[in-house]
Unconditional design. Structure first.
Length: 174
């Protein structure tokens, strides 16, 4: 088990339980059907912050994306099921019940298989998170270069326009 990934995955599970899936806000039609008419008001007029169903934060969504990539890989479905049983444990299953539910065996052999699978899950999620971070770093550098290029072009254009009118745009610079 990789401790840093265990902390991240636990946080991911808490975020999904608290905030729900991203984009999980109810539709107008679904609300009408659920309440058989307009939904009751909370008794407080005015705008409110959307808390329920607003989705997880950035770190949890990155873990979700990494887990999705792991699930699409070879043998990933079982690892995804393990992640959901362990970290989204809404039923309050014990470790032995999780082992039984995942069909990893019984007793000590099942526990060993469970922790082998857990270590494999952590390793794959860590590798995927590092790959995603490297891609993001490249995109940030590229965006920074593009931004600097645009700022320089805008500066040069403004300098040319002002010098054509005979007005100094930046004193001390040419």
């Amino acid at each position: 088990m990789i401790e840093a990934i265990e902390v991240l995955m636990t946080y991911w599970g808490e975020q999904l339980q608290k905030a729900g899936q991203p984009g999980a806000l109810p539709s107008s039609m679904g609300t009408l059907v659920e309440y058989q008419g307009c939904a009751p008001r909370g008794g407080m007029p005015g705008a409110r912050m959307l808390l329920a169903g607003a989705g997880p934060d950035y770190a949890a969504s990155e873990v979700e994306a990494a887990l999705g990539a792991v699930e699409r890989g070879d043998g990933g479905e079982a690892l995804g099921k393990l992640a959901r049983k362990r970290y989204l444990n809404t039923l309050g299953l014990t470790l032995d019940e999780q082992v039984y539910d995942l069909e990893l065996g019984r007793g000590e052999a099942g526990r060993r298989a469970y922790f082998r699978q857990l270590h494999k899950l952590h390793s794959l999620v860590q590798a995927e998170l590092l790959a995603r971070q490297a891609k993001q770093g490249g995109r940030r550098r590229e965006a920074r270069r593009d931004g600097e290029r645009m700022r320089k072009a805008a500066h040069d254009q403004a300098l040319a326009a002002h010098s054509a009118r005979g007005v100094e745009l930046f004193k001390g610079r040419s």
